[in-house]
Design a protein around this ligand. Structure first.
Ligand code: ADP
Ligand code: 5GP
Length: 210
């Protein structure tokens, strides 16, 4: 995948219910130049979800033909449904000069695939403060059936086992504190030397940056 140092690719992963959708929304409000990568999925929409905004909801046949045509930079089966990140969406964001990066809400399998293609991607794994609290949050969402809640809860351990694939591990106990840590990660990553080198070099050449 084509990369440029000042375009931030930020992956957020967690077991279902740990709070990544909530934290992603907060990040989008704070950093209006970060665009959310809208995935394709074969999962049915929840009552509050909007097609094209939360996901592109498609059937299995459509998803499989997108896989065959190479439309996804990564895709995986998660909790019995297929999910994928569209390459075209990333390309469009890169071409938009007002866009400074993208946020990916994807699982560890997708994180592993993107990391293999883009070495400077930044990845964050979000942990719940306890398994009991994770179960409470999964139930509290109230949009999923008991069977779906149980399936996701049982999958949580397998997902947590993959925490070592990530650059940062964040515990989402107090929401505001977790958000402040996440903001700190974005600020720090944007100040990495390799991202800021073009500005320093332009100053040294006596050029005005931007
Ligand atoms: P995910 O996207 O990881 O599945 P969500 O963001 O949908 O998780 O969060 C699951 C539920 O937990 C939601 O009802 C959300 O409001 C709640 N929640 C998220 N973070 C916290 C927190 N720090 N404390 C209490 N509840 C939280
Ligand atoms: P949900 O159904 O709760 O929206 O998401 C279930 C899981 O699928 C979450 O772990 C979420 O991060 C993951 N997911 C969502 N979109 C994608 C995607 O495009 N690719 C991959 N690999 N996982 C995704």
């Amino acid at each position: 995948m084509d990369t440029s140092p000042d375009f931030l690719l930020l992956i957020l992963s967690s077991p279902s219910g740990a709070g990544k959708t909530t934290l992603t929304r907060m990040l989008q409000e704070k950093f209006d130049d970060l665009r959310f990568s809208v995935s394709h999925t074969t999962r049915r929409p929840r009552a509050t979800e909007v097609d094209g905004k939360d996901y592109h909801f498609v059937d299995r046949d459509t998803f499989e033909s997108l896989v065959e045509s190479g439309a996804f930079v990564e895709w995986a089966e998660v909790h019995g449904n297929l999910y994928g990140t569209s390459a075209a969406e990333i390309k469009k964001a890169r071409e938009n000069r007002a866009c400074g990066g993208m946020i990916f809400d994807i699982d560890y399998q997708g994180a592993r695939q993107i990391r293999a293609k883009v070495p400077d991607v930044v990845s964050v794994f979000i942990l719940p403060p306890s398994m009991r609290e994770l179960e409470r949050r999964l139930r509290g969402r109230a949009s999923d059936s008991e069977e779906v809640v149980q399936r996701r809860f049982l999958a949580a351990v397998r997902e947590i086992e993959h925490y070592a694939l990530f650059d940062y591990v964040l515990v989402n106990d107090d929401l505001q504190r977790a958000f402040e840590t996440l903001q700190g990660i974005v600020f720090a990553e944007r100040a990495r030397r390799f991202r800021r080198a073009p500005i320093a070099e332009a100053l040294l050449r006596g050029e005005k940056h931007r």
